[in-house]
Each structure stands twice: as structure tokens, then as C-alpha cells.
Design a protein around this ligand. Structure first.
Ligand code: CTP
Ligand code: MG
Length: 428
């Protein structure tokens, strides 16, 4: 939550992308394996400054957008995301989303609205935060950069009419932020007067109200033509490389430990593999002590609590469940929180049976559940030389250590692949 002052983000993404000239609207085109608009929404959702998102999409695309963008990229797990039908122009698309915000029971006129184009996926956290802060003070604000080229005003005859003083010019981008009341009045007035602007600040300017400017970035490009898409690929690749070089410092480590008693009449399951033995482990699930220790190590590294919190042993849904399924779910939760498992080392502490013949199969099953190569998973067997509960054969214990790395931008290209074909756009 961003304090008491709620911040709604409106994402106009209902255009047809005519200048791009692709077969689908440009917001659905893939940028390093993920649709542009999914990347844009993910950036907003990951910003602590944004509490809730309303996105306007081409009319008729709402359901497919929910499925192929919002659900497919787990965007709602990051931040509540509502999809609405957009309008004939950008202003109408923003206005329709704004009306949905205004109808919301939690909306108050003192709240803030951030408007950000669905096709600006390279927006930074700093830009989002600074524009919202400026709008809290001034009522309206936009990110802007100084032009690098000289700008000329052209007359009706096609000849240069004048050269404005470049030092007073700025190129305005999104995000733009507003007090909810200010943006509502601005859109109402524009509608009354039939005015259509290319950004939302221009509607506020017409009310005679102040608009502040905050530093934008030359990298926060609006993807309009194929050249922009190529440039965005390069910029994003550079960001990913920078993120990766920071990975060593931000990698996470977690440890897990579990014990189950050995009893007659149960199968012994370790690391998802049935190991022949006269006894098996007792427990609510299949009592796979090794997989449980691994789940806890991953949850620990991701700061997501422990296995008991996510799969309570009082819940009948988990009675007898295959623990490899629990591990798969733990990996999904971890990926949603922005981390990927990169390595696992575990020790099974048991006097008997000897586990080494089964280790290759355990590694294979565990690695597959964690989307890892077998070589990234290590399993060791240990006895306690007859000492303690493991030495006497009363139970088996397991220890595990997991390493995780952050997924750049919170979305992993390798984990999620887009399924837009035949999904989102049914236009021609
Ligand atoms: N937009 C919108 N509704 C419209 C038109 C545009 O929500 N009726 C959105 C676009 O999807 C985009 C943003 O407004 O995220 C900026 O608009 P623009 O770059 O002009 O996109 P398009 O209108 O799709 O492209 P073009 O003008 O080339 O057709
Ligand atoms: Mg347009």
C-alpha cells in the first residue's frame, strides 16, 4: 500500500498501432519474449507508488486480455488490475478508465491518478514516484525531457515560420499524475467543449490550473514504429545485463529442515521417488521429508514463510498429496514474488535404507519440479552412526539449502512464454 493516499494507475492500451503497421496492435507485440503491454503493467504493478491499475483495451479484447496478459503474466498477484473497453481515441480510453475509477467504492477525490501509455514499457520507478509526488503538491504533473534537436514551427506554406527558444521547450512523456478531482474536471470540460488533446495535462492546462514537470528519461520511449521496437529491445537488453551483474550481490539463500517418523504400513517416498523399505514415513501428505525440506529452503530464501503456512496439515485438500506438487506450487509462488531457483543442495539423514541408488531419479524429479537442470540439484545421504532418532530408525530427517536469483523486471522470459496467437486480437 502507498500510504493513505491511494494511487490509481490508468493504462490506455486500446490503440490500433496504425503507425507500426503490424498485424496486431503494437501493445501486443513481443519485447524480449513478453508483450509490450505486459511489461508496462508489470513495471507499474511493481512500483510501490501504485495501488491499483485500470487498463483500457481495444473493445472486444477484454476477456482475451484478462487471460493472455493479466493472468498469463500473473499481473494481478502483483497489484489489482481491472480491464475495461477503451474508446475511439486515447483521450476517450483514459476517460473510460477514469470513470471506472470514479465509480469504485474506495475512490475519494483526494486520491491520485497516474496515467501511463501501455506502450512505454521502459518507465522507471523513479519517474513514477517523482511525478506522483509533484502532482500531490501541484495537482498535475508530467515527466519531461529537454529536446536535443532544434524545434521549428512550420507555416501553412510548409516553410519555417519561426524557431522557438529551445531552452524553454520540453518533450512531455507519460507517466502523468493528477489529483483525481482535477483529472475528472479536466475530462468533463474537454468533453463538454469537444476538445481532444494528445495528453492529459493539456486538458488540465485548459482549466487554467498549474502543471508541474518532473525529470523523464530519454529511455522512456513510446513505442510507435518498428525503429522504436528495435531500440527498446536494445535498451531492455542493457537493463537486463545490468540487473544480472547485480545478481551476485542480490542472490538469496534459504535453508530448510524436516523430520518425519518411520512407521509400518506406509510407503517410503523421498524426493518424489518410492524407496523400498519395510517402513514408510508418516504424515498428512505423502510425508516426503526431503521434498518438504526443499520447499522450506525455497520459501525461506524468497521470504515467503514456510510450508505449513501455505499448505496447513489441517487442510483435507493436502491429505496424501504428492509433495512434488507442493514443490511445483512453491516454485510458482517464488517466481511470482520475482525470484527464480538456481540451485539446491540437500542431505537425507537416515541410518537405513541406503539412498544412493535412488539419488539420480530423485535429482531428476526434483529438478524438473523446480525448472532446473539435474546438475543444479545435489542430494546426499548421511547416517548418524547409530546415534539419536535417525540412528535408531525412529525417523528420517532432511536438510536443504536453496539459492535464488531475482528475475529482472519481475517477469521471466524463460518461465513464461506468450500465447497471443489466436487469442487477443480478432480484428483484421
Ligand atoms: N490508445 C488508446 N486508445 C486509443 C488510441 C490510443 O488507449 N483509441 C493508447 C495506445 O494503445 C497507446 C497510447 O494510447 O498505449 C499512446 O497512443 P499511440 O502511441 O498513438 O498508439 P496508437 O494510437 O495505437 O498508435 P497509432 O497512433 O500509430 O495508431
Ligand atoms: Mg494514436
Amino acid at each position: 500500500m502507498a500510504g493513505q493516499l491511494r494511487v490509481w494507475a490508468i493504462v490506455p492500451a486500446a490503440g490500433s498501432g496504425s503507425r507500426m503497421g503490424a498485424t496486431v496492435p503494437k501493445q501486443y507485440l513481443q519485447l524480449r519474449g513478453v508483450p509490450i503491454v505486459a511489461r508496462t503493467i508489470s513495471r507499474l504493478a511493481l512500483s510501490r507508488a501504485v495501488d491499483e491499475i485500470v487498463v483500457s483495451v481495444p473493445p472486444g479484447n477484454e476477456k482475451a486480455f484478462e487471460r493472455d496478459i493479466v493472468e498469463r503474466y500473473s499481473l494481478s498477484s502483483l497489484c489489482k488490475c481491472t480491464v475495461v473497453a477503451g474508446g475511439a481515441d486515447r483521450q476517450e480510453s483514459v476517460w473510460r478508465a477514469l470513470r471506472v475509477v470514479l465509480e469504485h467504492q474506495d475512490a475519494e477525490s483526494s486520491h491520485m491518478v497516474l496515467v501511463h501509455d501501455g506502450v512505454r514499457p521502459l518507465v522507471s520507478k523513479a519517474e513514477i514516484v517523482s511525478v506522483v509526488e509533484a502532482a500531490k503538491v501541484h495537482g498535475a504533473a508530467a515527466c519531461a525531457v529537454p529536446p536535443k534537436d532544434t524545434v521549428k514551427l512550420v507555416g501553412d506554406d510548409g516553410l519555417v515560420a519561426m524557431t522557438p527558444d529551445r531552452s524553454r521547450l520540453c518533450l512531455v512523456q507519460t507517466p502523468q499524475a493528477f489529483r483525481l478531482l482535477t483529472l475528472r474536471r479536466a475530462h468533463e470540460r474537454a468533453e463538454e467543449e469537444g476538445y481532444v488533446g494528445t495528453d492529459d495535462c493539456s486538458l488540465v492546462e485548459r482549466l487554467g490550473l498549474p502543471v508541474a514537470l518532473t525529470p523523464g528519461s530519454y529511455e522512456n520511449i513510446k513505442i510507435t514504429t518498428m525503429d522504436d521496437l528495435a531500440l527498446a529491445e536494445i535498451l531492455l537488453a542493457r537493463e537486463d545485463a545490468r540487473d544480472r551483474s547485480e545478481v551476485a550481490m542480490t542472490a538469496r539463500v534459504g535453508q530448510g529442515y524436516d523430520v518425519h517418523p518411520l512407521v509400518c504400513g506406509r510407503e517410503l517416498i523421498l524426493g518424489g521417488v518410492r524407496v523400498p523399505h519395510e517402513k514408510g514415513l508418516s504424515g498428512h501428505s505423502d510425508a516426503d521429508v526431503l521434498t518438504h525440506a526443499i520447499c522450506d529452503a525455497i520459501l525461506g530464501a524468497a521470504c515467503l514463510g514456510d510450508i505449513g503456512m501455505h499448505f496447513p496439515d489441517t487442510d483435507p485438500a493436502y491429505a496424501g498429496i504428492c509433495s512434488i506438487e507442493l514443490l511445483r506450487h512453491v516454485v510458482v509462488l517464488t517466481e511470482r514474488s520475482g525470484y527464480r531457483v538456481t540451485g539446491m543442495d540437500a542431505t537425507v539423514i537416515a541410518e537405513r535404507p541406503k539412498i544412493s541408488p535412488f539419488v539420480p531419479e530423485m535429482r531428476r524429479r526434483l529438478a524438473s519440479a523446480m525448472n532446473l537442470r539435474d546438475e543444479c540439484v545435489n542430494i546426499k545421504g548421511k547416517t548418524t552412526e547409530g546415534l539419536g532418532f535417525t540412528g535408531s530408525g525412529e525417523g528420517i530427517a532432511a536438510l536443504a539449502v536453496a539459492t535464488l536469483i531475482p528475475v529482472p523486471g519481475g517477469l521471466s522470459e524463460e518461465v513464461v512464454t506468450c500465447t497471443l496467437e489466436g487469442g487477443l486480437y480478432h480484428g483484421d
